[in-house]
Write a protein that binds this ligand. Sequence first.
Ligand SMILES: *[C@@H]1O[C@H](CO)[C@@H](O)[C@H](O)[C@H]1NC(C)=O
Ligand SMILES: *[C@@H]1O[C@H](CO)[C@@H](O)[C@H](O)[C@H]1NC(C)=O
Length: 354
Amino acid sequence: MKFSLISAVALLAAASTVEAAAPLKDLASKKGIYIGAALGNGNLADAEFVKILKREFNHITPENSMKWEVTEPSPATFSFGLGDEIVEAALAQKAKLRGHTLVWHSQLAPWVNQATWTKANLTYAIERHIKAVAGYYNNVPLDHWDVVNEVISDSNGLPRDSVFLKTFGSVDAYVELAFRLAKKYAPKSKLYINDYNMEGEAIAKSDALYELTKRLLKKGVPIDGVGAQGHMLVGQVPSNITAVLEKFTKLGVDVAITELDIRATLPFTQDKLDQQGKDYEAVFRACLAVKRCKGITLWGITDKYSWIPGVFPTEGAALVWDENYQPKPAYDGIVRALTTKAPASYTKPGKGKN
Ligand SMILES: *[C@@H]1O[C@H](CO)[C@@H](O)[C@H](O)[C@H]1NC(C)=O
Ligand SMILES: *[C@@H]1O[C@H](CO)[C@@H](O)[C@H](O)[C@H]1NC(C)=O
């Protein structure tokens, strides 16, 4: 690692910003919400990462280590070692946990996609999986579980194509099954349906998720909450997330922002980072404005390990700390949202975008 005079000066300036405010988790607690971070197992070997995690966050989501491909890589063979590491890290700092995720078409063990299923034997396999995984972690217990993930597609709010949809014939059928089983084996967790690109008004996907949740609740399916992932773009945060979250809570469920990151396009100019600060502020204010919004989880801490450049090569800088662990304007945006009253433009319709 190279240390120039300039970076040492920047370090001092940045450090004073951090020390000016109480840890984010204290500010968030005072407002009645939690603040979480997703982490991979490798992050735990990075002392700087762990330092920030401990200081700032009181909720943790395992980024990958409770997914099907990790927990049941071959039929009825279960693996909890990686998940346990994240659980231990969380318990060591008295953070709560969000389990992620039980039934998802992606990062699914290949054998599930490759097999030929009938409804009966896929039901058996799903129950075996949820019983083992949710049952295992029910001893911790996990605060929240993302029971199903991304069941609505990006095309016009149609159900997501998957082995689950193909076998069961309807999204309602397998989502209902997953929730009923999760309730049976993880009775201590709040059970969430989780998706992305549903934070804006008048989006087919958001409406489809709303209608699905409504239909299932009507049938008595034990859904406790709706997770809005919150993968967003700088300058394009939906104008009224509050309205969308509120609409869901009126169904009688909690909501949470579960995977927040706000990515910029290259080049990452100061203007974009400043806008990003306002965008983070807007998302936090949106959650704070909704009584049943329980908290916000960031999909990582530092740009050093963000998933974005790997998937969107011309985008990145999506998180709150930069690659050298310096807090960005996003940090100040979060502090503003947690410590100051919303300006009039946040609450009066028709004034300002966010
Ligand atoms: C499910 O049952 C069908 C019909 O009996 C069978 O063809 C298929 O191989 C079974 N799949 C698995 C994964 O056991
Ligand atoms: C956003 O939605 C909330 C809740 O429905 C409403 O009170 C508020 O006026 C809206 N704000 C804007 C700017 O439209």
